[in-house]
Structures are given as structure tokens and as C-alpha cells.
Design a protein around this ligand. Structure first.
Ligand code: ASP
Length: 447
């Protein structure tokens, strides 16, 4: 029998109704032997995630403000779930223990981790699975760096003793046993590590969407679902803003060559998206592109200097300015006498005049201009590589839609074409690209 690791996110464990769905899913396939859970998330728009409420308790404690009311909301939600699911995990006593610890002002990581801890204890009882705490198994060094090999060994050994188990996501421990969490959304990472440790055949990530869509449904009407995507393609897309899965969850699964299947707890029959090894053989007639993603609000600093390309160290001096301000750079398109630095506008806002002064001082350019309000759009697909006509199709579509292209960048893998357009053209451009590559009737859907 194979092994599947099923990780359920916050919305999949938000209340007893969702946890019932989880149980049906887990029981539908005996290979789903290891379950990783998040803390309960939002049940409806405007609701609170348990993790947010726990961080709020910590903030109140730090400000010497009363936190009892916030903790009571957490308390009530967990106790209500225990009653509705008709299990007895001694939820009241577990909550009381946490309440006592809050009096000692423990670390934010400890407090935040309790959502996953209680969620896993409850769901283990409801499924009749063993509860295996991540504390002591998911390991970090003194500085908080995740210890991959050690954690894999510890998890493999412990989980080997349990035929079926539920493990809380999001946290592990420092060498001294204190709790350390991953960054927000980090239960995805725990799921991937557990999958790697038990050598799972597949890592199922159950959430509230049926996988990835080829484009943002707020922009493109009923975009097609992506049934298969490679890790590399996903990186290109997630970097531009698609955020269904924590980006650090990809590495552990990829390391062990375990496919990740994004599934929808509310539509369990949907096959979802499979993220798999880097080369995907797509059949005849499959779309050339895998997806389109983008973000608004980038700025471009365009720097001109006569004979720039012969001046040794020019680009380094420019880039060192951004490094001094700790600003990450998205792209550096260049010409013979020009180089542009593309970066997220939010990093520039507070420092723009200082940065321009420093560029002036360090590189003595002939002129510098700043353009704001640029959007970047990545069109991604391993099917694009070595295929003539892809760029022509893309640019023709934008030309026909009346979109002016401000910047073009193609990754050396030929797996993506990134364009910069004005913010106001963002939606039009995405619609035009989608229509050109995907919609039936368009001539080059499968060039
Ligand atoms: N509960 C944590 C968060 O809200 C971790 C997770 O759900 O993955 O960030």
C-alpha cells in the first residue's frame, strides 16, 4: 500500500462541518495515513483566524492590556468544535494550561503555535489517529535555521511507530525545546517535510480552491484550471503573486521528487493541480502556456550614461545603492547606454530622493528618470521553450488590445516572458494574453 500525506489548511479545519469533510476525505483513501493540520481559519468573510487571535493575545500581553476576551473567543471556538464532533480530548484542560502560560508572557511563537496544537489534538481524536506533536521532531538550530536532515530523521523514526497519525503544522522546536514557528502559512512546509520523511507517494495539500487557475479569475472570466505544472513553472508564477502554497513548501517535496496535489476540501471530486518534476511532457495540442500572473505597482529607475557599457563597475555601483537600502530588485533590463532598475514601488517610496542622490554621487549618470505605476506580467510555460512564434503571438495580442509595452524580459530558460505595462493596462493585457493563448478560435492556441 502506498502512503499519502494530506495537509489541511485553515479553511478546511475552520469548524466542525469542515472537519467532517476532512474525515470523509481521509477515510475515502486508506493510503492517507499521515495528516498535517493548520489552526482553524476563517469560517466566513470578516471572521478571524485562530492564529491571528493568538498573535493578538500576545500583542495585548506585551502592552499590558487585558487579553481575556480575545482568549475567550479562541476558547469558545475550540470547545464548540469538541462538542459538535462528539470527542473528548479534554479541551477545557488543554486551554486552561495555555491560559496559565499566557500569564508568564511566553514567546509569540509559542502562543501562535497553540492553534495548530489544539487543532491536531482534536482532529486526531475525531479520526481515531495518533496525535504526534511536531515539537522535538521538526527541528531548528539555535539561530532558528530549519534543520532539514535532522528533522527528516526524527520524523521518520517517530512516524514509523504510528500506522496513522495527525501532526500539527507550522511549528517545531529549538535545541532547548522552546517553540519556533515557520513564517505565516508555514503548515504547508510541515506537510512537505512530513511527506519527505515518510517517503510519501504524493503530498496532498487540501485547501479551498481546486488548484491553480491559468489566470486570476477576478480578471479573466472562468479561467481554465491548471491540471499539471512543474515546480519551476510554479516558482515563476508564485513569484508574481499566485499564492495558494507557501513557497518554501516546494523544496522539501522537490528534494524527494514527491508530487504535490492541490485539492479542494469543499469539492473533493475535483482532481486539482499536480505540481511535479521539472520536465512535463504535455501532449499534442496542449496549450503552449501554463499560466499568467502579475502584480501592479512597480517603479522603474531609468539611468542613462554615454558609453556606459564600456565603463567597468558601472552597474555594480548602481546596484550597491539598492543594496545599501536593503531593497530587492526585480529586473535590470539594459541597453547600450541605459540601464533600468525595476523594483516594487513600496520599497522606493520613503527613500526616492536619497537613492537618486546616491546614484548621482556613485555613478555620475547623464540623467536619471523615475517611472511609477508599472505592472509586471509573467507569461509562463515550459511549452514555450524553443518554439517559434510565442513572442510574436504575445506581442500581437497586446498590440491589438492597444497596450503599450514598457519593458520586456525573457528568462534564459525560455520558460517565461515578463513584460512591464502601465498599471492601468494591467487587466487588459492579462485578458488579451489569455485570449490569444488559451481561448478556442484563436489561431495559435497550440502553435
Ligand atoms: N496557522 C498559521 C497561519 O495562519 C500557519 C498555517 O495555517 O499554515 O499562518
Amino acid at each position: 500500500m502506498g502512503v499519502k500525506v494530506a495537509k489541511f489548511g485553515g479553511s478546511s479545519v475552520a469548524d466542525a462541518i469542515q472537519i467532517e469533510k476532512l474525515k470523509n476525505i481521509v477515510e475515502a483513501d486508506p493510503e492517507r495515513r499521515y495528516v498535517v493540520v493548520s489552526a482553524p481559519g476563517k469560517r466566513f468573510d470578516g471572521d478571524n483566524k485562530i492564529t491571528d487571535l493568538l498573535y493578538l493575545c500576545k500583542a495585548q500581553i506585551d502592552h499590558n492590556a487585558p487579553y481575556g476576551q480575545v482568549f475567550q473567543v479562541i476558547w469558545d471556538r475550540f470547545v464548540a468544535m469538541e462538542i459538535s464532533l462528539k470527542v473528548d480530548v479534554g479541551m477545557g484542560a488543554l486551554l486552561e494550561e495555555i491560559r496559565e502560560r499566557l500569564g508568564e508572557n511566553p514567546s509569540a511563537d509559542y502562543i501562535a503555535s497553540r492553534g495548530e496544537y489544539l487543532s491536531a489534538a482534536l482532529i486526531a481524536a475525531y479520526l481515531g489517529y495518533d496525535f504526534v506533536d511536531a515539537a522535538g521532531l521538526v527541528r531548528f538550530d539555535k539561530k532558528g535555521k530549519f534543520l532539514n536532515e535532522e528533522s527528516l530523521a526524527a520524523l521518520a523514526e517517530e512516524l514509523g511507530k504510528h500506522e496513522r497519525a495527525v501532526v500539527p503544522g507550522f511549528y517545531g522546536t529549538y535545541p532547548d525545546g522552546k517553540i519556533k514557528t515557520f513564517s505565516r502559512g508555514g503548515s504547508d512546509i510541515t506537510g512537505a517535510i512530513v511527506a519527505n520523511a515518510v517517503k510519501a507517494d504524493v503530498y496532498e495539500n487540501w485547501t479551498d480552491v481546486s488548484g491553480f487557475l491559468m489566470a486570476d479569475p477576478r480578471i479573466v472570466k472562468n479561467p481554465k484550471a491548471i491540471s499539471r505544472i512543474s515546480y519551476l513553472e510554479l516558482r515563476e508564477l508564485s513569484y508574481m503573486g499566485a499564492s495558494v502554497l507557501h513557497e518554501n513548501a516546494i523544496y522539501p517535496a522537490r528534494q524527494a521528487n514527491i508530487p504535490i496535489n492541490i485539492r479542494n476540501t469543499n469539492e473533493p471530486d475535483d482532481p486539482g493541480t499536480i505540481i511535479e518534476a521539472d520536465a512535463i511532457e504535455r501532449g499534442e495540442g496542449a496549450p503552449v502556456i501554463t499560466g499568467i500572473a502579475g502584480n501592479k505597482d512597480f517603479s522603474v529607475i531609468a539611468i542613462y550614461k554615454n558609453s556606459m557599457s564600456t565603463e567597468v563597475g558601472f552597474i555594480r555601483r548602481i546596484l550597491s545603492v539598492f543594496e545599501n537600502y536593503n531593497i530587492p530588485i526585480e529586473h535590470i533590463p539594459s541597453g547600450v547606454d541605459t540601464v533600468s532598475v525595476v523594483l516594487s514601488k513600496k520599497y522606493l517610496e520613503d527613500h526616492v530622493s536619497d537613492i537618486l542622490d546616491e546614484i548621482e554621487r556613485k555613478a555620475q549618470p547623464d540623467s536619471v528618470e523615475v517611472f511609477d505605476d508599472m505592472a509586471l506580467i509573467a507569461t509562463v510555460g515550459s511549452g514555450m521553450a524553443a518554439r517559434p512564434g510565442v513572442a510574436a503571438l504575445l506581442f500581437r495580442a497586446l498590440y491589438r488590445a492597444g497596450v503599450n509595452i514598457r519593458m520586456i524580459d525573457q528568462g534564459s530558460s525560455e520558460m517565461n516572458i515578463i513584460i512591464g505595462v502601465e498599471n492601468k493596462d494591467f487587466e487588459t493585457a492579462i485578458k488579451a494574453i489569455y485570449a490569444a493563448f488559451v481561448e478556442p478560435g484563436e489561431s495559435m492556441g497550440s502553435i
